[in-house]
Design a protein around this ligand. Structure first.
Ligand code: F6P
Length: 318
């Protein structure tokens, strides 16, 4: 029987636990011995690797985060630690890895493969949804739903108090979370790093809206824009003449009960990953686009920067 291991790296997402559950169950079904690597690449370096059982994954399907932990490992960027990681895998006779993570984690993996040839299959998992080659990353649906619920709640109080709310979303340098949230919440303003803006250009329109009875504004600001959310709130107060508050959603966007879609996609990604390794695919990333699932090379995925879909941008800005 062959051994297979899985780890989660970088920012955790809701959907990782359902994926881990299916990893154990599908591995056993395929007569593989499943291992968990705890705390991402850190656990790989420290030999925190243990055989996984069905008991380990019972009652986790509804939980956000990851029961095996995650980390952003600085040590894995150094060759001496990657060598140690390889020795640990060898000592357990593991030559097949599944990695759930984002761009940074995939870059480390690419180097690891080139140096030591450990076969892998990578599953895009980040709430930033900023990985080239895939329209969907595991966890994005739950995150968007958490944001939607938060905006809906804020709208209730914004309307009661006649206020403008600047709601800051995560996403690093990518405006995906903010844009989709703005479209689906009918926000009056959406500021993302991909689109240059000048607040002045909104002033006449927003003031007119207030004159015509508009009581509140919802503005979504991506964390990656050049301005602090407080500056935007100040602008609402000084230039538009409406009381304004800032709500930084923060890490609530990373947690919560995984949606049906993220659970299902977690299952599908794992099935594709294990099938790929059994078919002797050595280094691939499973991507999901409107054409369905596709295996792509890690080079294509990590070396080409992600570009936000212009059709989505047009939906809001045109
Ligand atoms: O990459 C996911 C993400 O949540 C980003 O949106 C955010 O910028 C970052 O991680 C926050 O990282 P940390 O949890 O380490 O503070």
């Amino acid at each position: 029987m062959q051994n297979i291991a899985i780890l989660c790296s970088g920012g955790d997402v809701s959907g990782m636990n359902p994926a881990l559950k299916h990893f154990v169950e599908y591995s056993l079904q395929k007569k593989l011995i499943p291992y968990f690597i705890y705390d991402g690449y850190e656990g790989l370096i420290d030999n925190n690797i243990k055989k996984a059982s069905c008991e380990d994954v019972s009652s986790i399907i509804n939980r956000g985060g990851t029961i095996i932990g995650s980390a952003r490992s600085k040590r894995f960027m150094q060759k001496e630690y990657r060598k140690k990681a390889k020795q640990n895998l060898d000592s357990l006779n593991i030559n097949q890895l599944i990695i759930l993570g984002g761009n940074g984690s995939f870059r480390g993996l690419d180097i690891f493969y080139k140096e030591f040839g450990v076969n892998f299959c990578a599953i895009p998992s980040t709430i930033d949804n900023d990985i080239n080659g895939t329209d969907y990353c595991l966890g994005i649906d739950t995150s968007l739903n958490i944001i939607k619920t938060s905006i809906d709640s804020i709208r209730d109080t914004a309307a009661s108090f006649k206020r403008a709310f600047v709601i800051e979303t995560m996403g690093k340098d990518c405006g995906y979370l903010a844009l989709i949230s703005a479209i689906t919440s009918g926000a009056e303003l959406c500021l993302i790093p991909e689109i240059k803006y000048d607040l002045k250009s909104y002033e006449k329109n927003f003031k007119n809206q207030i004159r015509n009875g508009k009581k509140y504004f919802i503005a979504i600001a991506a964390e990656g824009i050049h301005q602090d959310s407080n500056e935007i709130a100040n602008w609402f107060e000084k230039q538009i003449g409406i009381e304004s508050k800032v709500s930084v959603l923060g890490h609530i966007q990373r947690g919560g009960n995984p949606t049906i879609y993220d659970r299902l996609m977690g299952y599908k990604f794992i099935t594709y990953a294990i099938d790929a390794l059994l078919d002797q695919r050595k280094e691939s990333v499973i991507c999901y686009t409107t054409c369905g699932f596709k295996y792509k090379s890690i080079n294509e995925v990590v070396n080409i920067p992600y570009v936000l879909d212009s059709k989505l941008i047009d939906l809001y800005y045109k």
